[in-house]
Design a protein around this ligand. Structure first.
Ligand code: PFF
Length: 516
């Protein structure tokens, strides 16, 4: 068996997993989800999902990843096959663990590049004169190429920032697990937490800016998020949104952490490390993520406006509202740079993790060098990124986010959990989780992992399919002009899955031939 790479230190892998988890999801997606789902109504399902889905899945992925790594496999097809060797089909389910991250990568990376652009715009004062929401929104739309206006007449600058961000990703993954990803995350994660802390303190010390509206203050802004609303527990929509956010923010249920954990040694701890990485993410989300965008927007725009802004587009809170707010406080360029710098670091430490499953798949299953794997990945993913850039206005990013960032997560998590608790067997699974463990996982989690997590996942899958899945599959609500683009993307995704499945077949054929 070829010698695989490994992490240099325990701190390094924890930072890498936390780096994957802490991302644009914590600072942009979370506040938007919370605002769209009524603030305080969102947090109870959120915490329940964290305890019953997020944390168990974190442990499961660390454990199965380390297990599969012991057989020389760093991606789900091989890992699943090692767990259920008698079954010939399970490896094909594992394809989602490469496909899903790749799909997220192709739009996530582009969004990360906007944050780099906006960090530069903050420094040079590009939006310095803009004073209202509509004009700030046209700046964003001009930049994204959705409209031509006084700020941007082409997508040239967006494309340049995309190229820079893409190149940074490629260099880091080329430098490898310990030389690239681990080094980056050890530096970037603490830095971004410090940036986040500074901005959060600034926001939390804002006075009410408008004397005629004293209720628009920080305490009420925090209350918007934290005053619980128990009636929302009856809403399936809020549960789906909360569970979806837990998956996305922790990077679980998609194969990324599984790949990272495959570079662990057999005796490395997974229990405490997994929990530490999850806690770091929750600190960034609950403490930092919730203290910035929502309270700030509440103070300047009031409770009704927050929901309007949030529902008018996923990025408006981060790229429209925040720059406007920074302009209303002292040292605006500094805070603008800090905010977008924070987002960029958060984005890049996540996007490299999304690339790694593809790289590991090529290296492990086709026995090719890192250099070749990175070249193949670079060319293919570069081409795949283009529709997200050029057809943004036709809803392509939403479509990719739906399949990669929502559907695949729930599906993959369900397969993985059933495989772990039922096929591999909970007794063996529990023992494997505690191999080299530096903490004892509370016994109740044996029950949760076997019964509650899968049940919860099946409920989500069922509800979701019924409530959202069918309308989405039927393209309800998509304008006729956008339908060809959405259809095109679906065909592209289908082709990607098929090609990956064929690659799995070829790899396994080759291996069984070599054995004979
Ligand atoms: N967790 C990342 C975020 O919160 O932005 C996004 C992400 C990264 C999702 C890696 C899934 C993943 F596999």
């Amino acid at each position: 068996m070829k010698k695989r790479e490994s992490w240099k230190s325990k701190f390094g892998i924890i930072m890498a997993v936390a780096g994957s988890a802490v991302g644009l999801g914590n600072f942009l997606r979370f506040p938007v989800q919370a605002a769209q789902n009524g603030g305080g109504a969102f947090m109870i399902p959120y915490f329940i999902s964290l305890l019953l889905l997020g944390i168990p899945l974190m442990w499961i992925e660390w454990t199965v990843g380390r297990f599969g790594g012991g057989f020389g496999h760093g991606t789900a097809p091989g890992v699943f096959h090692s767990m259920w060797q008698k079954n010939r089909f399970i490896k094909y389910f594992g394809v989602i663990g490469i496909f899903g991250p790749l799909v997220i990568f192709i739009y996530y990376n582009y969004i990360a590049s906007w944050t780099l652009a906006y960090a530069v715009f903050s420094a040079v004062g590009k939006y310095g004169q803009v004073a209202d929401q509509n004009t700030m929104l046209s700046l964003l739309r001009g930049f994204q190429g959705i409209e031509k206006n006084q700020f941007f007449s082409s997508m040239q600058s967006a494309y340049i920032f995309f190229l820079i961000t893409f190149a940074i990703n490629i260099v880091i993954i080329y430098k490898g697990i310990s030389g690239g990803i681990e080094k980056l995350c050890k530096l970037a994660l603490p830095t971004l937490l410090i940036f986040g802390g500074i901005i959060a303190i600034r926001v939390l010390t804002l006075g009410a800016p408008d004397p005629s509206r004293p209720a628009w203050n920080i305490l009420n802004g925090l209350g918007f998020l934290w005053n619980p609303d128990f009636s929302a527990l009856k809403s399936a929509k809020v549960w789906l949104a909360a569970a979806g956010q837990i998956f996305f923010t922790l990077s679980v249920g998609i194969g990324v952490i599984l790949t990272y954990a495959s570079y662990l040694k057999k005796t490395d701890d997974v229990a405490l490390s997994g929990l530490t990485a999850a806690s770091t993410n929750e600190f960034a989300e609950i403490i930092l993520g919730s203290s910035i965008v929502i309270p700030a927007a509440y103070v300047f725009f009031g409770p009704n406006q927050i929901q309007n802004i949030a529902s008018s587009g996923a990025f408006n809170l981060g790229f429209v509202t925040m720059p406007l707010i920074f302009q209303k406080i002292a040292l605006s360029a500094f805070f603008g740079c800090l905010w977008f710098g924070l987002l960029f670091l958060a984005g890049i430490t996540s996007s490299v993790s999304l690339a790694q499953p593809s790289i590991a798949f090529l290296e492990d299953e086709f026995n090719i060098s890192k250099k070749k794997a990175v070249i193949v990945f670079g060319i293919v993913s570069f081409i795949l990124c283009q529709p997200a850039i050029f057809f943004l206005k036709h809803g392509v990013v939403n479509e990719l986010d739906f399949w990669g960032g929502t559907f695949c997560l729930v599906l993959f998590a369900t397969v993985e959990t059933v495989l772990f608790g039922w096929i591999f067997g909970i007794e063996k699974a529990w023992e494997e989780m505690h191999h080299g463990a530096e903490m004892k996982i509370p016994g109740i989690y044996k029950f949760i992992i076997k019964y509650i997590t899968p049940l919860f996942l099946f409920c989500i899958l069922g509800f979701w399919f019924y409530q959202e899945g069918i309308p989405i599959i039927m393209m309800e609500g998509i304008s006729p002009a956008d339908k060809p683009y959405v259809l095109g993307i679906r065909l592209m995704l289908l082709a990607m899955i098929l090609i990956l499945a064929i690659m799995v077949r070829i790899a396994w054929r080759k291996r069984s031939r070599n054995k004979k």
